[in-house]
Design a protein. Structure first.
Length: 68
């Protein structure tokens, strides 16, 4: 909410670049771990196990596409 007043300004563009999330192995691993816990181990989506994996970076347990 602190950055909302910068919307549309040159500073907004700079912040979007400097604060962009990085899709790295750690994030992918945590999302995959959450999906495994939900779909294979029947843990609730809003359960403690899933929160431990995803809450740190406000991640969600969905994937857009996976290329192997």
């Amino acid at each position: 909410m602190v950055r909302v007043p910068n919307m549309g300004m040159s500073r907004d563009l700079a912040q979007r670049v400097s604060l962009a999330r990085v899709d790295d192995v750690d994030r992918r691993s945590r999302v995959q771990g959450a999906r495994t816990a939900i779909y294979e181990n029947n843990h609730p989506v809003n359960g403690a196990a899933i929160k431990r994996l995803l809450d740190q970076d406000s991640l969600v347990s969905s994937t857009v596409s996976v290329f192997f």
